[in-house]
Ligand binder design. Structure first.
Ligand code: GLY
Length: 417
C-alpha cells in the first residue's frame, strides 16, 4: 500500500512510525511532516485543509489510503472530498466529525440516546447566559461551540471570571456556548475504532493538560500521557461501550451520517461510573504516542479494516504492557515563546520498539535540529510496568540537551501513586 498521512505533529510521527513497521506499507508520505517524520517517511508540502489539493496529491502519487491525523481537515470535509473521488480514507465525514467540531451536536446526541453526561444549557445571548451563570453559581464549565484548539473550555474560579468568559465567548457574531454542570472525578480517555457499524476499543489513556507539575499552570494541548489508564477498568469500559459509544454510533448511522474513523471519548470517572465529557474525531496528542507504541505495526491492519467496514472480525493483540510519554515544550508555552533554539542529544538516543522520540514542531537545518513551536518532542517508552515505562521515558528526557525546553517531571502521578 502507498499511504498518505495528513498532519505534522508527534501524533502523526507516532502513526507513521507504527505504520512503517507493517510490511503492507510500501511507501509512506506525510504532509507536511516534520524533521522526525522525515526519517521514516517522505514529507510533502500541502495545504491539508484544502480537499481539492489533497485529492490531487493522492491521485498524482497513486495513494491507496489517506489517514487524517488532526481535526481541522476533518471539520473542513477533506474526507468527504477523498471519498467522492473514490480514494480510501481513514477519518469521519464532515457531518460525523461534528462530534468534535460542535459541543452542542454531541450534547444533543447524548440526550437523544440517553448517554450519561453533565447537565447542560446552550446560549447565544450573552445577557441570558450571564443570568444563568449568576443563578446557577459555581462550579460550572463553559464551553465555546466549535473547534478552539484546546482553548474553548473554561472552568472559572470566580464569578467575575465566569461572567467575563461568557461575555468574551459570545462576543463574536453567531457564537454559541454550552454551560455545563461541573463533574467530580478523574478524567481518562477511551479510543475506539468505528467502521460505521462496528466498534473496537484500541486502548485507554490519561493526559496531563496543565503545563506544570502538580497539575498547576495554564491548560495546554497535553504535556504527557500514559496507557492504559488503570482508572478505566474493564467494567467501566464495558459501561462506556454499552451506554455511550454504541448508542452514539447507532444514532449517527440512523441519521444517515455513520461514523468511520477513531472516536476519542473523553470521560469523567466517579464512583465506578463514567460520564462523557467530550468526543474528539481523531487520536489524541499525546495519547496517540502511547497508543501507537503499544499497538505497533498492527495499527495499519486495524485502520485498513476500519476503512473497509471489516472491524467485526478484528481484535487487538495486546502485549500486556504500559507506555508513558513525556512532552518537551519550548519555555513559555502555551504562551509566547521563541522558535529556533537548537536541540542536542537526539542523535545519541538509541531507539527501538520500546523507546522512541516522536517529533512535533522540529526542523532540520543541516546537522542541527531546531524547535519551531510550542510542543516539540514526545519522549516515549513502554515496559512491563508503568513504573518501568516512566523511568525509561525520563531517562530519555535526561539525555536531551535543550536549555530552552521544559517538561513536567510528574507524568503518570495519578496511576503511580
Ligand atoms: N490531548 C488532548 C487532545 O488531543 O485533544
Amino acid at each position: 500500500m502507498d499511504i498518505l498521512i495528513l498532519g505534522g505533529g508527534a501524533r502523526e510521527h507516532a502513526l507513521a512510525w507504527a505504520i512503517r513497521q507493517n510490511p503492507k506499507c510500501d511507501r509512506l508520505l506525510v504532509a507536511p511532516g516534520n524533521a522526525g517524520i522525515a526519517e521514516v517517511a517522505d514529507c510533502v508540502t500541502l495545504d491539508i485543509v484544502d480537499g481539492a489539493a489533497v485529492v490531487a496529491l493522492a491521485r498524482r502519487e497513486a495513494v491507496d489510503l489517506v489517514i487524517i491525523g488532526p481535526e481541522a481537515p476533518l471539520a473542513a470535509g477533506v474526507s468527504d472530498r477523498l471519498r467522492d473521488a473514490g480514494i480510501a480514507v481513514f477519518g469521519p465525514s464532515q457531518a460525523a466529525a461534528q462530534l468534535e467540531s460542535s459541543k452542542y451536536f454531541t450534547k444533543a446526541i447524548c440526550d437523544a440516546v440517553g448517554a450519561p453526561t453533565a447537565r447542560w444549557e446552550r446560549f447565544t445571548d450573552s445577557a441570558a447566559a450571564r443570568a444563568h451563570v449568576a443563578a446557577t453559581g459555581l462550579p460550572l464549565v463553559i464551553k465555546a461551540d466549535g473547534l478552539a484548539a484546546g482553548k474553548g473550555v473554561v472552568i472559572p474560579a470566580t464569578m467575575d471570571e465566569a461572567l467575563a468568559t461568557v461575555a468574551r465567548m459570545l462576543d463574536a457574531e453567531g457564537a454559541e456556548i454550552i454551560i455545563e454542570a461541573f463533574m467530580e472525578g478523574e478524567e481518562a480517555s477511551l479510543f475506539v475504532l468505528c467502521d460505521g457499524t462496528n466498534a473496537l476499543p484500541v486502548g485507554s489513556a490519561q493526559d496531563h493538560k496543565r503545563a506544570f507539575d502538580g497539575d498547576l499552570g495554564p491548560n495546554t494541548g497535553g504535556m504527557g500521557a500514559f496507557s492504559p489508564a488503570p482508572v478505566l477498568t474493564p467494567a467501566i469500559e464495558a459501561q462506556v461501550m454499552v451506554q455511550i459509544i454504541r448508542p452514539t454510533l447507532e444514532e449517527m448511522a440512523r441519521r444517515g451520517t455513520p461514523y468511520q474513523g477513531v472516536l476519542y471519548a473523553g470521560l469523567m470517572i466517579h464512583e465506578g461510573r463514567a460520564k462523557l465529557v467530550e468526543y474528539n474525531a481523531r487520536f489524541g496528542d499525546p495519547e496517540a504516542q502511547v497508543l501507537m507504541l503499544r499497538l505497533g505495526a498492527q495499527v495499519l491492519d486495524l485502520i485498513e479494516a476500519t476503512v473497509a467496514g471489516r472491524l467485526a472480525g478484528m481484535q487487538v493483540n495486546w502485549a500486556g504492557d504500559h507506555a508513558l510519554c513525556v512532552v518537551m515544550a519550548t519555555r513559555g508555552y502555551p504562551g509566547a515563546h521563541e522558535n529556533g533554539s537548537e536541540i542536542k542529544g537526539l542523535d545519541v538516543i538509541p531507539e527501538d520498539s520500546t523507546q522512541v522520540v516522536f517529533h512535533a514542531a522540529t526542523r532540520r537545518d543541516g546537522d542541527r535540529i531546531t524547535a519551531q513551536g510550542g510542543r516539540v518532542l514526545s519522549l516515549c517508552a513502554r515496559a512491563a510496568t508503568l513504573h518501568a515505562a516512566h523511568d525509561r521515558a525520563y531517562a530519555l528526557v535526561d539525555r536531551i540537551d535543550w536549555p530552552e525546553g521544559f517538561c513536567r517531571r510528574d507524568i503518570g502521578w495519578r496511576a503511580l501513586g
